[in-house]
Design a protein around this ligand. Sequence first.
Ligand code: GLU
Ligand code: ZN
Length: 491
Amino acid sequence: MANGSVRVRFCPSPTGNPHVGLVRTALFNWAYARHTGGTFVFRIEDTDAARDSEESYEQLLDSLRWLGFTWDEGPEVGGPHAPYRQSQRMETYTEIAKKLQDAGHAYYCYCTASELEERRDAARAAGRPSGYDGKCREVTPEQKAQYEAEGREPIVRFRMPDETITFTDLVRGELTFTPENVPDYGIVRANGAPLYTLVNPVDDALMEITHVLRGEDLLSSTPRQIALYKALIDLGVAKEIPSFGHLPYVMGEGNKKLSKRDPQSSLNLYRERGFLPEGLLNYLSLLGWSLSADKDIFTIEEMVAAFDVADVNPNPARFDLKKAEAINADHIRMLSVTDFTERCAPWLKAPFAPWAPEDFDEAKWQAVAPHAQTRLKVLSEITDNVDFLFLPEPVEDEASWAKAMKEGSDALLRTAKEKLESADWTSAESLKEAVLAAGEAHGLKLGKAQAPVRVAVTGRTVGLPLFESLEILGKEKTLARIDAALAKLAA
Ligand code: GLU
Ligand code: ZN
């Protein structure tokens, strides 16, 4: 479908750290905009002064940039519906709330919290719907005067039409809500502050949003918003009700909804661990969508070319960290070596690198990088994989030592050292032959023979291909480390 008039929006509230659910929503909106040649609007829903923070706002922008999303309208880039931060649009909301009230679509509700609670409890006890009962729909001038004399401060409540609301969700198909399940709801607080329930659809209307794609948790607000939209059309503020598509829940551990507070859901965690943005986006796209049954790994361009909301699966999606890492590993392999080495840079310096900056050796790094590239799941793993090249001594890892150093390891290491001394140090193959021969002399297969050598030289039982590692580290250091291990074994 090519339709230049598609306008989607991503409209997070700047509270806390960005999480993966939010990124999935951004991704699907962005991909849909790019797929259709439409417009991706980025709006900040910061009307809740108590919860919103400037820090979180900055993080949102930074995260979207890191992920590679560009927005056609929004903070910093502007656009025909600026400003795109709701905190800068307060007058608009106040004005529209007043118009809604003047036209009878909204009214002052003077009920106190405790009165509401009392009536709610009574309704529940009687088995009636427990939402707002419409008490203040008709308030006589005398009642109004009395409420005011009592010092009550009203909220503004939207009057839901007494009709069933049906709409076709782009993901879920036809959905129907009956009036008793969608009671009148607050749109402006007693202190005059407009609520999400008002500002979100008002801005969607003013910004001429055509498709609202958002998480399933917001599904219950959709019938209310459709009713409000109709009122806005009545006022001449809105033109058309947008289409809605609700993206499936993301489930975490134990088949529970992945929550914002779940450490697994923090975007920063994935950044810090060295996920590539393209790897993470590839994985997140699979939370509710797929390119094809037999293709899990694809580029963002391939996703954009194929993405349609109609193909989103309504069933809950399971967040699987192992799979996310496996996909990321594939994307690491897809990089050019140069790109790979550049992207590893942050993990080769403080605070991650345990070696002194002057001990870092660019030539050794360039030599080892291609071997590392095929083995990493996330970029942060690079540090441990190459530290043996830049630390004066290999790391001390007691578990690795205990695992590799068995009875007879000293004899094996002595033979290995002898063979390595006369090997060709410009050929990893020759170093392998040397260790293989040492193993044979002691009745050990290559795997068993190379373990003590690996631990002696790198400190760990697992790591990059051993013989390439030895070649890059060099003869002198390798043999000195074998000597040191022999001394330690003797002690
Ligand atoms: N600001 C809302 C949120 O962060 C946006 C919801 C929507 O997409 O309508 O949940
Ligand atoms: Zn009331």
